[in-house]
Design a protein around this ligand. Sequence first.
Ligand SMILES: O=c1nc[nH]c2c1ncn2[C@H]1C[C@H](O)[C@@H](COP(=O)(O)OP(=O)(O)OP(=O)(O)O)O1
Ligand SMILES: [Mg+2]
Length: 198
Amino acid sequence: MMNLKQLVLASHNAGKLKELQAMLGESVQLRSIGEFSSVEPEETGLSFVENAILKARNAARISGLPALADDSGLAVDFLGGAPGIYSARYADGQGDAANNAKLLDALKDVPEAERGAQFVCVLALVRHADDPLPILCEGLWHGRILTAASGEHGFGYDPLFWVPERNLSSAELTPADKNRISHRARAMDLLRQRLGLK
Ligand SMILES: O=c1nc[nH]c2c1ncn2[C@H]1C[C@H](O)[C@@H](COP(=O)(O)OP(=O)(O)OP(=O)(O)O)O1
Ligand SMILES: [Mg+2]
């Protein structure tokens, strides 16, 4: 189908690279787009799918390699699905800690039963920059937003995301356990099936 020994990961997020490489194992080497360029494309799409495709095409164009992109985020029920595709930019680009603080504030006094949320991950794989048939895989992970941060693992909103099947925050899970059950794990599972890697 395509040479998948080397794929460029269209992401500047070290947390994603670590998780995706761990899920893929040694048969596929993920190279970060950061090796080729430090310029991040503007995420102008209105959906996770559009942004994932846009990032994958951009990375394939820059690197000349097949490219995998991950567009992901946190959709909070009480906020009508926000921050959603804007999760990384929720606190205007001030980073994870500011995003988490803003989310806690937005849910101040909201009772537990109304704090439902889901992590969303869309993976897009393109064989080359103009690929007319990107492979798209998605994964969801249902949980709840805690009232205070807890845990040191992971990245992003992990310290605020309570995982019902473990009764722990996502940042309290071991990396290996998160990689078995997360939104990203589900999307990667589908991708491996699509690629005949399992
Ligand atoms: O497993 C996760 N655990 C915690 N937080 C997560 C997770 N997965 C996505 N997230 C959050 C981080 C960021 O606020 C947004 C992704 O934004 P997103 O644009 O896809 O990624 P990004 O800008 O960090 O890197 P890049 O676009 O270069 O891949 O959702
Ligand atoms: Mg981004």
